[in-house]
Design a protein. Sequence first.
Length: 256
Amino acid sequence: MPTGDDERGVRGPVVLAVPGTLCAPAVFRPLAGRLAGQVEFDAVSWMTEPGPWDLGTVADRLAAHITRRHGAPVVVVGHSTGGAIALRLVAAHAGLVAGLLLVDTGAHMRGHGDVDAILTALATDWGPRLHAGVLDRSFATPPDPAFRDELLDYAAAVPVQAALDALRSQRDLDLTPELARIDCPVTVLHGRRDPTRTPDQARELADAIPGARLHLLDTGHTPVYEAPDEVATELLALLTRLRGAGPGGGSLESPM
């Protein structure tokens, strides 16, 4: 599993960061910078791996990556489609997930616009203009031009089939029945100005997960980039909860 920005200079809790569709792992760079010296940050590039790219297969590849590279449970930060992958990961490989930070995501795609129309657009209009439209919609506060170019360069390297596989499987997958079985600490973060999912949908997600905490931020779809200080604070609070969790409440010690 190729990784993107990687902070391996410290052996602290491992944070595995999973970006959304067409989103470079570099989107986590500001967050990783805020956490330098406190965690080991591992941002992955799942869309540039060989396929298939359905969410179940991607989650299984991440499980193998965690086992091979880290050898112990990790805290997973999942943004957008990366959050759905994180939910699939904890459903299938609960012993590898110590805690979850779910960012502007959901267990299903109901109320997420016309997904079939989006799939058609991906298949027929794939290219720089579509990439730019997806990117620009993801930020209420636009990234600086150089970083925007970096994100667009990443999107250009993603196979169209990766986006189609991911979105089709996300459309067809409803992880709602799995939410009540999640027994690790969970925080749900959501940008109030996200045009793709509403705060009420984020609240629905948090309410379905035992003990989950919800925090709304004054951002668009990508608070990990738009508000890294606030996201870092919430992630450190999640780690504090994790350290205080009892049996069944998540652990950073290897179960293997």
